[in-house]
Design a protein around this ligand. Structure first.
Ligand code: ITT
Length: 203
């Protein structure tokens, strides 16, 4: 069975592909579909934005559709960048620019106050248009320097609780055991099992 993932972020797609491995579901992202749609992410919450992305894509393709809106909430910055995580530093900034800005902003903040969490809200829409929301949170803290080369976004500066290495050092396999996205996705997979009989491997 195909699951359209309404994202342009290759890092998210790669994680979702790995998380769906062995379930009988195959990820199709918008670039694979070969047609782009304009999605305005002007919601005030992760949930609003996840709904907007999923609705916009499902309206065009009318298939099982999943959207992910996520971000990093840093306590020392009052929860910022939060829903603005992707757009911090402006539209042409790189992941590097954004992580550097975060590190600069909290340069003087000691370890015990560098707590943060990654949040992920997913909106799943079935071919009949019914929606369902799933959420995942992963607690941790912000490192003092960027470390590691895997993943995307803020992975080089996020150290999950109970670990000393960043997500970018731990790698996809470990990140996908307990990340915010993995937690939301595990619920999506459980729900899909109740809605659709296990798909034939060859479909
Ligand atoms: P789509 O809207 O096309 O899915 P996006 O990157 O714009 O892609 P969001 O609006 O949800 O996605 O913004 C999420 C941002 O939060 C993302 O660009 C990263 O900067 C950050 N982020 C979310 N999950 C992350 C993760 O697992 N690791 C590192 N950074 C993450």
């Amino acid at each position: 069975m195909k699951l359209l993932v309404a994202t342009r972020n290759r890092g998210k797609t790669a994680e979702m592909e790995h998380l769906l491995d062995g379930t009988g579901w195959r990820v199709v992202d918008m670039s694979a579909i070969g047609q782009d749609i304009e999605i305005v992410e002007d919601g005030k919450t992760f949930e609003e934005n996840a709904r907007k992305k999923a609705e916009a894509a499902a309206k065009v393709w009318k298939m099982w559709t999943l959207a992910d809106d996520s971000g990093l909430e840093i306590d020392a910055l009052g929860g910022e960048p939060g829903i603005h995580s992707a757009r911090l530093c402006g539209p042409n900034a790189t992941d590097n620019d954004r992580t550097r800005m975060i590190l600069d902003k909290i340069i003087a903040v000691p370890d015990e106050h560098r707590t943060a969490r990654f949040c992920c809200v997913m909106c799943l829409i079935d071919p009949a248009g019914h929606k369902r929301i799933f959420e995942g949170v992963c607690h941790g803290r912000i490192a003092h320097h960027a470390r590691g080369t895997t993943g995307f976004g803020y992975d080089p500066v996020f150290v999950p609780k109970g670990y000393s290495r960043t997500f970018a050092e731990l790698g996809l396999e470990v990140k996908n055991r307990f990340s915010h996205r993995a937690k939301a996705m595990q619920q999506v997979v459980e729900y899909l099992k109740t809605r659709v009989r296990k798909p034939d491997k060859h479909r």
